[in-house]
Design a protein around this ligand. Sequence first.
Ligand SMILES: [Zn+2]
Length: 378
Amino acid sequence: MFCLDEYLADLEKLINIDSNSFDPKGLSDIVDAVEKIALRMGFFVKRHKTSELSADYLEVSNRENAEKYDVLLMGHLDTVQPVGFAKEHPFSKDEEYAYGPGTCDMKAGALCALYAVKELSEEAKNKLNIALIFNCDEEILSKYTTHLTQQMAKKTDYAFVMESTSDKGTYTTARKGSGTYKIKFKGTPGHSGYIFDYFTANAVVEMSRWAVELHKLNDREKLFSVNVAIANGGKVTNVVPDYAELSVNIRVTQKSQYEIFENKIKELAENPMIEGVTTEIETISKNYPMIPVPEMESYLERVRKVFDSIGQKFELYPIRGGCSDGNIIADAGTRCIDSLGPLAKGGHTHNEFVYLSDIEPCIIRMKALMEEIAYNKD
Ligand SMILES: [Zn+2]
């Protein structure tokens, strides 16, 4: 039987561990803490090394060395809050909410995954190979663990991401992909007073043209957005600037929109308006949109029945603008539903909280989803 007090005692421990994505010490502490809970629950645990700058990737399962998984539950253990934040804002709770860094994004959801599998009926557990995976770099675009999540997703039939939901009963199967680019412009400097006497090439003017041209790619109808976010260049007003830098973030709903953007930057680079300015393009990050695989359509009908049977609402948020590890899982071709964690608010702010009233319902829905799969395996 699920015991909320036991869950909250575990949550308190996890919330009070600082786990900023760039703090390997805190991250390895939180991986240790989650591993301990998993072992206490009787699961098998495997740790995968990632980077010295991060912490191990934790694979938990009800089966030792399974080659294929029916169900995958995923959560991340890192937060965006700085080291020391958990000490200043430790776990607390009142009648309605639990507060603290990671209550919303997303330690409460990660912990619900463990409890849901633990609470699953023995019969269903025997029928299913279930994996739970926990990474520590989701907030930095899963830079050290994307390949591991891809590998896990490829050997899985159904995946659930335990990010929290901010609207009761509203879940996610589609998210935009996000790409970040930095463009460096190199020109030729010169004295402001002698622009027509000597050759100069103004890097700031060329950069400005790019800013306008890239901004024009925004397409509201196709939900393709280009945010020209950071522009830098020039030092003093009496010198023609020979250097400028532009950082741009794009959000795509189709992989082909990356091509539209990349073709445009290639075209701009090949045809500078300011003669003599050269460009260097750096792709900082690029992750693909979460697009439901075709099999999702029939699966969602089954999911609706599951939610009806437990008296919970099931609605899909049209398309989320932010990314999660669901993007990686869906891109690997796996059926994936995201935001199944408990109702919570305030992610990435100083006032995060989770609704205590949705903890047990979260565990109930996860159990019901897994049980349905146990009896309707392909
Ligand atoms: Zn998150």
